[in-house]
Design a protein around this ligand. Structure first.
Ligand code: ACO
Length: 325
């Protein structure tokens, strides 16, 4: 029986310098700050500069995660990048990140689970650490979603933004209780029968093009809260912990209405919910580590706090992680 547990050693995030407000969008499509804010809670998003790639955002966040952990790249044996907007169709963005960080040992690969990518990446890293395959893993969510938006489609282009966040996971070999730090449980789900509700209009094998984001917003909304709360219930069932014991709820930052409806259904009080979507929109796989870094840096999330993460996105994919920070 393994006693190993993955522990968060450090965190970091990065947002590109250029800010696009809702008012800026009114000059591009027929929309308003009021419409966008009321339906989504978004006020602004960041847009990567020309020549600034997903791997650059990922590297900036990864460097901060290493610095906050007091570690060097030599201490890392695996890099996982969750992204839907890779620099190239291949190779993986993770190997670009590996090269840019000056790492030639270990391994690096991407995970594609759209907005649930960071949860999938954490679950994968946790499994590899528990099995002894890796001891220090940089888990990164990074996106340049602005590159796959149709900037004439007001139903999608107002929702998304660019950014990156990262955590460095290490291993604890001690015997553990639920009061000790680290990842307590991970749960991932998918159901591909919903894959046409949120997707891109192309791909290398189908059209030979990248495509742009297409979404049936009401359909996504209809399924989101139920799927998210189901997989959170799985986390509670497998640990015996309950919503009342959560210190911080850090959901995927897609839309405040989905976040608030989920928190209400779980009876998590509003003051325990981390919301950062207002400042960066939906950054897909980057949104959870961006929110985590914000709340850890401003002193809300402290060592030993019980933190609940969740996401739902294209596929559909969804998942939850329960951890002690
Ligand atoms: N500005 C102004 N009007 C708009 C805009 C816009 N940006 N976009 C759509 N509208 C119009 C529509 O054309 C429609 O007009 P009509 O009634 O004349 O036909 C009207 O607003 C209502 O459109 P709906 O799509 O029904 O608007 P709804 O209230 O459902 O809100 C939204 C749309 C915000 C996308 C909502 O469905 C939603 O939150 N869905 C969840 C999807 C989501 O968050 N996805 C993120 C990615 S998935 C994930 O991360 C979980």
């Amino acid at each position: 029986m393994t006693l190993r547990r993955s522990v968060v050693l450090g965190h970091g995030s990065y947002l590109p310098a250029r800010v696009m407000t809702n008012d800026d969008l009114t000059r591009m499509v027929d929309t308003s700050d009021e419409w966008i804010y009321q339906r989504t809670g978004i006020r602004r998003r960041h847009i990567a500069a020309d020549g600034e790639f997903t791997s650059d955002l990922a590297v900036a966040a990864a460097r901060k995660a290493l610095a906050s952990a007091g570690k060097e790249i030599a201490d890392v044996d695996l890099i996982i990048v969750a992204t839907t907007t890779p620099d190239q169709t291949f190779p993986a963005t993770a190997v670009a990140v590996q090269a840019k960080l000056g790492m030639q040992h270990g391994a690096a690969f991407d995970i594609q689970a759209v907005c649930s990518g960071f949860i999938y990446a954490l679950a994968t890293a946790d499994g590899m650490i528990k099995s002894g395959m890796a001891r220090r893993v940089l888990v990164i969510g990074a996106e340049t979603f602005s590159r796959i938006l149709d900037w004439t489609d007001r139903t999608t282009c107002v929702l998304f933004g660019d950014g990156a966040g990262a955590v460095l996971l290490g291993v604890s070999d001690e015997e553990q209780t639920l009061d000790d730090r680290g990842i307590l449980t991970t749960h991932i789900r998918s159901d591909g029968t919903h894959r046409d509700k949120l997707n891109t209009t192309g791909g290398p094998s189908s059209t030979g093009t990248v495509g742009v984001v297409h979404m049936e917003g009401r359909e996504v909304f209809k399924y989101a809260v139920g799927m998210i709360t189901d997989v959170i219930d799985d986390a509670f069932r497998s640990t015996g912990l309950s919503a009342g014991e959560i210190d911080w709820f850090v959901p995927h930052q897609a839309n405040v209405r989905i976040i608030d409806a989920t928190a209400r259904k779980l009876d998590i009080p509003s003051e325990k919910v981390v919301r950062t979507v207002e400042d960066h929109g939906n950054t897909s796989a980057a949104s959870i580590p961006l929110a985590l870094a914000t709340a850890a840096d401003d002193g809300r999330i402290k060592k030993g706090d019980l933190v609940l993460l969740e996401a739902m996105g294209g596929g559909f994919t969804w998942g939850s992680v329960l951890l002690r920070w």
